[in-house]
Write a protein that binds this ligand. Structure first.
Ligand SMILES: [Zn+2]
Ligand SMILES: [Zn+2]
Length: 73
């Protein structure tokens, strides 16, 4: 049987195809984008729809969803 693996494999389950990226902001890059502009760096962990935790309109990986909870409380 031929198994075709998805091109973007979810980094959490490593089974399903990743269609989402973690939107957790891990830092700001001021210098890289140019003067006066602030670039936002997000985690960008590849996630499938089952592994991503949706908060409002953003998606988060397991690790960052936990962090988010602590920050809110
Ligand atoms: Zn997954
Ligand atoms: Zn993340």
């Amino acid at each position: 049987m031929l198994v075709t693996l998805p091109k973007n494999v979810c980094e959490e389950c490593r089974k399903r195809e990743a269609t989402l990226l973690c939107d957790f902001i891990v830092g700001h890059n001021i210098d890289l984008v140019g003067k006066g502009k602030v670039g936002i760096t997000t985690c960008d962990k590849k996630l499938c729809e089952k592994c991503a935790r949706k908060v409002n309109t953003r998606d988060y990986c397991k690790e960052h969803f936990q962090k988010l909870k602590y920050e809110v409380i």
